[in-house]
Design a protein around this ligand. Structure first.
Ligand SMILES: [Zn+2]
Ligand SMILES: [Zn+2]
Length: 167
């Protein structure tokens, strides 16, 4: 979805409110899908020629657990800030890395939300903090019960212990 900035683009001090439900489409390779549309509430304000967009995002993801490979629901709430300057004024700007050039009169909200969503994902996607994962021998999901595999013998620490005991 494009956000048209024309109402504030040339008017210092002007502000607009955005309350939208945005459809974000996951891309190939993503470890999640969106189980609910993204709820966006944001303000865009012209501050001395810089367009500041400050927003809050609320959504639900369906993700695959890094440990047990089961799908789970992950509520996600985050906020973001983006700054833009018109392309012709941008070249004169002291190079502030937080300000992006604005080519035209609109910004791509989908892209902004997608990028920020990615940055706000937990570094590990876990169905629960104490997910017990899969048994490395039989592949059984240990959250649903234990199996009878002797996984301890594959632990190198025990190999050392075995050697010590055997001598
Ligand atoms: Zn899990
Ligand atoms: Zn097992």
């Amino acid at each position: 979805m494009e956000l048209n900035l024309l109402p504030i683009l040339n008017f210092d001090g002007k502000r607009m409110q955005i309350n939208e439900s945005v459809e974000i489409i996951p891309r190939p390779g993503d470890a999640f899908s969106l189980s609910a549309p993204v709820k966006l509430s944001a303000t865009a304000e012209n501050v001395g020629g810089t367009i500041e967009i400050i927003g809050n995002v609320e959504t639900h993801l369906t993700a695959v657990c890094d440990r047990c490979a089961e799908e789970f629901e992950l509520p996600l709430v985050f906020s973001f800030e983006e700054r833009f300057k018109k392309l012709d004024e941008f070249s004169e700007a002291d190079e502030n890395p937080d300000i992006s050039p604005l080519d035209g009169t609109a910004v791509d909200l989908d892209e902004i939300i997608y990028t920020n969503l990615y940055m706000n994902l937990p570094s590990k996607l876990l169905c629960s903090e104490d997910c017990r994962g899969l048994c490395p021998v039989c592949g059984k999901n240990r959250n649903f019960g234990t199996c009878s595999c002797e996984t301890d013998s594959t632990d190198p620490r025990f190999d050392v212990l075995d050697k010590l005991l055997g001598e």
